[in-house]
Ligand binder design. Structure first.
Ligand code: SF4
Length: 442
């Protein structure tokens, strides 16, 4: 696809594995693939990002890359001593038909290894980074979760989220006195405090033992309403271990956050504390204050389907009309959006690319773009201001600190959106007045 709104599958696989404690990743393919992915992730998070590569060359491509992958595994064990290794594939490895499951099984048996190695088949051409992310999370849960005694930690399975958003989810769970296992959890691994000593694998991430025990959880909350059931890790836990599944949208927007908080109340059997109710009240107040500006918004929303779904709902509940929205191949985003609120003027693209987004944005008079940095050309070429959200953000600082979930995060995001509309209005205010009124009367 030309000019896609997403990156390739293994990129998402790396993102998922970076959220697991003491984990290293090997990308089975040419060195260029892992370098490109490391660069994107490092620029977004402003953190060092180590990713192993099997460095497939011409010989490996012709005769098979098993020797390269084995060497990469040897080196990773020697240099990093990880608690888990993720092996994911690329276009090249899949095109030559590499059987990574067989290679990894043989390798572990020969060396009598107890360290888990999780594989995921992620050809770059097979889907988006979002597909690679969810497939890898599913493979982690399928490989590690095992029958265990019941305990009180709620599984919280999340889409690719900013570290600030993950910390906010943890705060809400703590406020409801609920124990949790967030998976994956990049809140520490990709947003480290300054330290004087360097550790090759950063601290933090979902403990491997906690993933093993996910089968004994009282419930799973999965922020993944746009997921097909065969890739949903929560569905897997429900079908195989009977863990009740709450499939919820990302808590962005007042309705989605209400749904999220109600689920926490149901699971905990407790009402939310007054401090959280006050945050809801402040959000409502802020929505009323900004509505007189937001009603003029016409938005183009692009990025990961789950994020796009939640942000589209945020726009709808604040009077901003979504003109063009990127969806997914399964059509889940289009199916789930409220029919009576999505007007005939809203286009949901099932197989999106930026050429189409640009085309519909121009036609529909879009004055606000919401999405990652790759949509910045909408500003450069068509003067549509961009509210940066999601991954990757490589032309601004602080992508990892963007807070958008919960009542407080929603208020932050809504303020950014409203202020972008206001800045646009005041930049062109005199010019518009002149064109509208002065020229007509003269
Ligand atoms: S699209 Fe394929 S070749 Fe390109 S970086 Fe991704 S995996 Fe590598």
């Amino acid at each position: 696809m030309e000019n896609p709104c997403h990156m390739c599958m293994p990129m998402g696989g790396i993102m998922a594995l970076k959220g697991i404690e003491q984990t290293m990743v090997i990308v089975h393919g040419s060195q260029g693939c892992s370098t490109y992915m490391r660069r994107h992730i490092a620029e977004h998070f402003n953190e060092p990002v180590d990713v192993g590569s099997s460095s497939l060359n011409e010989k490996g491509t012709v005769y098979g890359g098993e020797a390269n992958l084995r060497k990469a595994l040897d080196n990773i064990f020697k240099v990093y001593q990880p608690g888990l290794i993720g092996v994911i594939t690329t276009c090249l490895a899949e095109t030559i038909g590499e059987d990574i499951d067989r290679i990894v099984t043989d390798y572990r048996q020969e060396r009598k290894l107890t360290t888990p190695i999780v594989t995921a088949s992620t050809p770059g051409y097979g889907g988006s980074h979002n597909d690679g992310y969810w497939l890898t999370v599913r493979r982690l849960v399928e490989t590690l979760a095992t029958n265990t005694e019941h305990h009180n930690k709620v599984n919280v399975i999340i889409p690719n989220s900013s570290p600030a958003d993950i910390r906010e989810l943890k705060r809400l769970f703590a406020a409801m006195q609920l124990a949790y296992t967030i998976c994956p959890d990049i809140s520490e691994t990709l947003d480290r405090p300054y330290l004087t000593t360097y550790s090759k694998i950063p601290a933090g991430g979902t403990p491997i033992e906690d993933i093993r025990r996910m089968a004994g959880a009282p419930a799973t909350i999965e922020l993944g309403v746009t997921l097909d059931s065969h890739v949903s890790p929560g569905q897997y836990l429900q079908e195989n271990f009977g863990v009740p599944l709450f499939s919820l949208p990302i808590p962005i927007g007042i309705q989605n956050t209400d749904t999220f908080m109600k689920a926490l109340e149901t699971i905990s059997g407790r009402k939310r504390p007054p401090a959280i109710e006050a945050e809801r009240g402040r959000l409502l107040d802020g929505m009323i204050d900004s509505h007189k500006y937001n009603f003029a918004g016409r938005s183009a929303i692009f990025g990961d389907p789950e994020l796009v779904f939640a942000v589209t709902q945020l726009c709808l509940e604040n009077g901003i009309r979504p003109v063009v929205v990127t969806g997914d191949k399964s059509g889940n985003v289009a199916r789930l959006l409220p029919k009576n609120e999505i007007s005939a003027a809203t286009v949901v693209l099932p197989d999106p690319n930026f050429d189409l987004v640009q085309q519909y944005a121009k036609k529909g008079g879009v004055n606000l773009a919401i999405g990652h940095s790759d949509g910045r050309f909408l500003t450069e070429r068509d003067h549509i201001p961009l509210v940066r959200l999601g991954f990757p953000i490589h032309d601004r600082i602080g992508g990892q600190r963007l807070l958008s979930v919960g009542y407080t995060g929603t208020m932050n995001l809504l303020d950014r959106i409203t202020n972008t509309l206001l800045a646009e209005k005041y930049t062109h205010y005199r010019q518009t007045m002149y064109q509208k009124y002065y020229r007509k009367s003269s």
